[in-house]
Write a protein that binds this ligand. Structure first.
Ligand code: 6R9
Length: 635
């Protein structure tokens, strides 16, 4: 079908116009042509952004794993589905064919069933980037269980709050994990977290690092012996298109993380269709996304999107700097990677190293380069284009969110002329709008505003687990009849979009979304701390780093500030994770506040970025005098 693989710009505009004029016909055609449905839908779309309620392909039945695995077996049974590249280059890479993937997913699914997991039950997956991680997601989907992956860099507290929020009955983890030259005691973190999780009945443990760990009798069991006994056949559970497929937590600006709920049919259609077009994936290509499956990028573009296309997808366990800063490029050469998808923070870190790391490797297999997670700055864009793409592989700067499920604004490689720092044009079916602060749509080009989406697309998250009100408040209340993204954007003279960053208090550090609230909560647990405020400030590798303003309790005794700094960062590491450690901590006597008592992070952000010429009106503050004090102290 012609609109499946867009081949030139004129065709993009044609497809795009159709997708806006007749969205239901457009998506029905995509869904009909490329997937295996057990029952066809009755209605393509019903929606109401006020309630909000969005349903795609209602009445349809399917199993996503049949689409990602079974239907490829006849023609691609022996083709590699997953290439597993271990942390250490000395360990042999593993090539898992579609047939092997089928058998392993079914075995795991049978183990889950055996442990009493049923359709609709929640299973938490806390694993490093090893094949069992992808297999666990698919095994849950096979039997209709809802997976909730928690990134295996999160602390025991963060894990526990997510497990409890969605009342997971099971956790799948490993004894430990490799991370560069280090090993991490994952099972120890799980044990600590689960002390406060009465809902968990079973813990399945993968042996990854052969370490001696404690197994809690009646709860913990090694996975491999169970897999060895399990049948490699498991009939897929037939799901409704709107049955939940997974929950994935994302930070909010206030309160606890939000468990975004994605459903089955629309998510499958959208991730598969975007994967094919955004990466121009052709049969036989090798595709590599460096993200962790703990984030939405890994869910949609390591597992579901690629496998739904029968692609070969690389899973890398390690880190870009181990054993040296050439590792990414060595992997591209070794597996002859054709599409390479990474984050600006990685590009900036690698761009700081000696160029010989890149030059020593044969990167001629590359055809498409991708970027995701945060705005890519101009310097990083050029470095990527010059040294990795060598001006031959277009860069797709893909803007999207956990909540959107799939890529929303992006160039189509070899079709859309790229422009550094611009995500360029909306993907077919996506109708962006820029709004001013009063909620009026700003039409025309060369304008900027708050980025909203006017019309539903198949992979939009349907709710927040257990809190539909919060879903409505966060995304559908700021502007009438619009999904609000939380990002600001500008539209240039030809209609290209550039994302300018968050307009709320979420800070993106190394591509990870961090809410201010959980970090401040951790700091405030320190007995000496009265109050704190976290803001982001520009950092040449991480994109943003964290700057903490901390006021101390008045106790009359003097304290060693360096010790305090270390203790605060240790607390953050324990409560939130090492990713959220502060680069700078300034102790101060007061924080600027509004009269209703809200900390004015906007002002602190400017001071942290050394942009004090235009602080705006500070006279309405409760305590305007503290602003000058903070500036003076920071110099
Ligand atoms: C996929 C993902 C979402 C937020 C998003 C925006 C930022 C992502 C971007 C980008 C500029 C890009 N973001 N991609 N900003 N250009 N290409 O990252 O999801 O972790 O939920 O983060 O990331 O601010 O709102 P998530």
């Amino acid at each position: 079908m012609s609109n499946y693989h867009i081949k030139h710009l004129e065709e993009y505009y044609q497809v795009y116009r159709k997708s806006v004029r007749e969205p239901e016909n457009f998506w029905a055609e995509v869904a009909e042509e490329h997937f295996m449905w057990r029952r066809r839908w009755d209605t393509v779309l019903s929606w109401d952004f006020k309630k909000p309620e969005i349903k795609w392909f209602e009445g349809a039945q399917l199993n996503i794993t049949e689409n990602c695995i079974d239907r490829h077996l006849r023609t691609k049974g022996d083709q590699t589905a997953i290439i597993f590249e271990p942390n250490s280059p000395d360990e042999t890479a593993e090539h898992i064919t579609y047939q092997q993937l089928h058998d392993r997913v079914c075995q795991m699914a049978n183990v889950l069933k055996d442990k009493g997991i049923k359709k609709g039950d929640r299973v938490c997956i806390y694993l490093p980037m090893i094949p069992e991680l992808a297999i666990s997601l698919l095994a849950c989907a096979r039997i209709g269980a809802i997976h909730s992956v928690v990134f295996a860099g999160f602390s025991s507290k963060a894990l526990a709050s997510r497990v409890n929020d969605s009342e997971c009955k099971m956790v799948i983890t490993s004894d430990g994990s490799y991370r560069g030259s280090k090993t991490i005691d994952l099972k120890g973190i799980v044990d600590e977290g689960l002390e406060s999780c009465p809902c968990v009945e079973h813990v399945l443990v993968v042996n990854r690092i052969d370490s001696e760990i404690e197994m809690k009798a009646g709860r913990d069991v090694w996975l491999q012996p169970l897999l060895d006994e399990a049948s490699p056949v498991c009939e897929p559970e037939i799901m409704n298109a709107e049955d939940p497929l997974f929950i994935l937590y994302t930070s909010g600006s206030t309160g606890k993380p939000k468990g975004m709920v994605h459903t089955t049919g629309g998510y499958m259609v959208y991730t598969a269709y975007t994967f094919k077009n955004v990466f121009q994936y052709k049969d036989g290509d090798v595709y590599w996304c460096t993200a962790d499956i703990g984030w939405i990028t890994g869910h949609s573009y390591i597992v579901y999107g690629p496998l739904a296309n029968g692609a070969t997808t690389v899973m890398f366990e390690g880190v870009p700097q181990y054993p040296d800063f050439g590792r990414f490029w060595q992997i591209v050469e070794k597996h002859k990677v054709n599409q390479f998808y990474t984050a600006p923070t990685a590009i900036r870190a690698l761009g700081k190293q000696n160029i010989s790391f890149v030059e020593n490797c044969d990167l001629s297999s590359l055809k498409v380069l991708g970027s995701v997670g945060e705005p890519i700055n101009e310097e990083a864009w050029h470095w990527y284009n010059d040294n990795v793409g060598k001006h031959k592989s277009p860069i797709v700067d893909t803007w999207w969110q956990t909540e959107t499920g799939g890529i929303m604004i992006t160039p189509i490689p070899y079709v859309t002329p790229t422009k550094p720092t611009y995500a360029t044009l909306p993907f077919p079916g996506i109708q962006p709008a820029l709004l001013d602060e009063e909620g009026k749509e700003i039409k025309g080009n060369q304008v900027d505003g708050r980025l909203c989406i006017k019309f539903p697309w198949p992979s939009i998250a349907r709710t927040i687990w257990g809190n539909h009100e919060r879903y409505k408040d966060t995304y559908f209340s700021a502007f009438d009849n619009m999904y609000f993204t939380g990002d600001g954007a500008l539209r240039d003279e030809v209609g290209y979009y550039r994302i300018t960053g968050r307009v709320d208090d979420v800070i993106i550090v190394s591509g990870h979304n961090l809410g201010t609230a959980p970090i401040e909560d951790a700091i405030n647990e320190h007995p000496a701390v009265a109050e704190s405020a976290i803001v982001g400030f520009p950092h040449d590798v991480k994109g943003n780093a964290l700057y903490g303003y901390v006021t101390l309790k008045e106790t009359g005794e003097s304290r060693d500030q360096n010790n305090l700094r270390n203790e605060i960062n240790q607390l953050i590491k324990d409560r939130v994770g090492a990713i959220a450690k502060l680069d700078k901590i300034q102790f101060t006597d007061g924080l600027p506040k509004t009269r209703s008592g809200k900390i004015m992070r906007r002002i602190l952000r400017k001071i942290a970025s050394k942009d004090i010429s235009n602080l705006g009106d500070t006279s309405t503050l409760l305590n305007p005098e503290c602003v000058q004090v903070i500036i003076d102290e920071s110099l």
